[in-house]
Design a protein around this ligand. Sequence first.
Ligand code: TXA
Ligand code: MG
Length: 314
Amino acid sequence: MTGRVVAPDAAGIRAAVELLRAGSVVAFPTETVYGLGADAFSVKAVAEIYRLKNRPSWNPLIVHVADVAAAGSLVEEWPAAADDLAARFWPGPLTLVFRRAPHLAGVGADNDTIAIRVPAHPVALRLLEACRLPLAAPSANRSESISPTTAEHVVRSLPDVPLVLDGGPSSWGIESTVLDLTTPTPTLLRPGALGLRAIRSVTGAIALPGNGPADGTARPSPGMSRRHYAPRARLILAPEVGETGEETGVLAYEGPEGKNRELLPADPREYAADLYAALHRLDDAGVATILVQEPPDTEDWLAVRDRLTRAAAR
Ligand code: TXA
Ligand code: MG
């Protein structure tokens, strides 16, 4: 079956709910990137996510819920910091890791924690409310490749997904920030759309991760493997980027725009919003190498630098 892209109107949502309730998968828009959703506590449905994405079984999934009450029902312990963070940032691009409620079996990867977020995209919320299921949803792309920020990116990466709800381009364009609340000090597991300054304004200090161990071994955030988010072309980060060519594309935030030369805004939020789409465009142009002008080494650029570094890892 090839992917069917539909408008997120009443009929589209109904079709999506039917598939989800039958234990199948549906791709849907979120404000960060498109997700590949399935009933979070159906073994069959979750297995289908791992199969379609070719995702390693040790990498657990984020569970998406409609509201704070639904999140509370999935956890063993709801720390005080979660109240403040949820009140301030949900719905939105912040994923919180809790101790998992003991009655819940593993979501894909079997561990005693659970990552949860309430997405802010109106279509995602409409879908969650209509299906009345917590939805496990990783980014809707083949494992290790670039996350999708449009419905078209989804069908190109995952042609076998039965249904894609088309909600237009994702506004943040980069994945949610993942914060572990099971540690005495909240610990950043993945830098993402929501900046650290905003989080600290609510929690006070947060612990930052060190350099993780190699792939496949135990790590605090299993998804943070070294190579990830990669385009087809070889990506090279450099302080100075030179000329483009038939074989060489450039991604910069300064200088002119041109053939095989993508110019992104010099503001980290605006840069992130178009980053994956720009990498998709350069891949489509058929270049073998993408030279990326290294973004500034400041906290505001943390998530962008993280994704570019992983995309460049070989
Ligand atoms: O913005 C997003 O978060 C998107 C949209 C669709 O919501 N989803 C997303 O999911 O990026 P995924 O599967 O591509 O990334 C999930 C990240 C991985 O790094 C994974 O290891 C981590 O969250 N994660 C999930 N469950 C975890 C847990 N129990 N403990 C620690 N990390 C966890
Ligand atoms: Mg992903």
